[in-house]
Ligand binder design. Structure first.
Ligand SMILES: [Zn+2]
Length: 291
């Protein structure tokens, strides 16, 4: 499949509601329209978004069960907003979304942005591999200090992809759950000597426990030199959180912001904006509708 090259190309390809619907349908039904009742491939359009199987007459709604279900905004606008969202390197805000696209109310803009954030967790994303640094950091929210678990792939002197999770605690169970979800089995986990890590070996990982050299004994608390990659990610995450959201995000809602951060971080060197766009639309099609 070809992806839009730039904004002009996006407008050219997805300038009409029908072009957007066909694109969404091509993601939803990879091998062409398939009836959910009889698996037939032939259909006719009752309405734009309501397709009828020619064989058994079952109706399929193209947007049903996707993030676009029941939306009042045109799909052409959604596609433009997704493109815009990708370009907001320092985080997207509801106010700038509202101003850029002339959205009537702040409330609509806010709930639209919430949906865009959901599209940052791509259904096709793969787990981290190889040497992976794992640690926890704290984020100050309106309710105090929150625990954020961080995993960062080690690639040479730098890091490649990352994952973040807002955790309830630093227990072994919580840490293990995070690693099992974020890191491929057989990878090498590099951590500090925190008591939550040793049992990860039983789950099918190898582990390297870093220890502070004697010359650092006087350094209080965490020292970023021990796990430099997660240290850099933590610092970057804190600046981003404070800068974009002024630390004002409610704690129950931190994870979508972390997902947005991870999405931007992992694509910081990506040259194919069109492919990222496709992945976001794909995520929207495969997400559940947001009530
Ligand atoms: Zn059918």
């Amino acid at each position: 499949m070809e992806y839009p090259k730039d904004y002009r190309d996006l407008i050219k390809r997805f300038g009409t509601q029908d072009a957007c619907i066909d694109y969404i349908a091509s993601i939803r039904w990879k091998d062409g329209f398939t009836c959910s009742s009889c698996a037939g491939h032939n259909f006719w359009r009752l309405k734009r978004l309501s397709w009828i199987c020619s064989n058994c007459e079952t109706e399929s709604r193209v947007l049903a069960g996707t993030l676009f279900q029941d939306t009042k905004l045109p799909l052409t606008l959604w596609f433009q907003m997704i493109w815009w969202f990708m370009g907001q390197k320092n985080g997207a805000s509801a106010l700038s979304l509202q101003q850029n696209f002339g959205i009537g109310s702040y409330r609509t803009s806010w709930s639209t942005l919430k949906k865009l954030r959901l599209c940052t967790v791509l259904p096709t994303r793969s787990q981290l591999t190889g040497d992976v640094e794992v640690d926890q950091a704290f984020l100050g929210g309106v309710n105090g200090k929150e625990i954020i678990l961080i995993a960062a792939e080690k690639r040479g002197a730098g890091s490649s992809r990352i994952r973040l999770k807002h955790a309830k605690s630093e227990t072994a169970k919580e840490v293990q759950g995070f690693i099992l979800d974020a890191v491929e089995l057989g990878s090498n986990i590099i951590s500090d000597r925190h008591k939550s890590y040793p049992t990860i070996v039983e789950k099918g990982y190898t582990r390297e426990a870093m220890k502070k050299p004697y010359s650092w004994e006087n350094v209080d608390g965490d020292d970023d030199r021990l796990l430099p990659r997660v240290g850099r990610v933590a610092a970057h995450m804190k600046r981003w959180y404070l800068g974009t959201y002024h630390g004002g995000v409610k704690i129950t809602e931190v994870q979508p912001y972390l997902d947005e951060f991870v999405f931007r971080y992992n694509r910081r060197t990506s040259k194919s904006r069109g492919l990222v766009f496709h992945r976001m639309v794909e995520a929207a099609v495969k997400s559940k509708p947001l009530i």
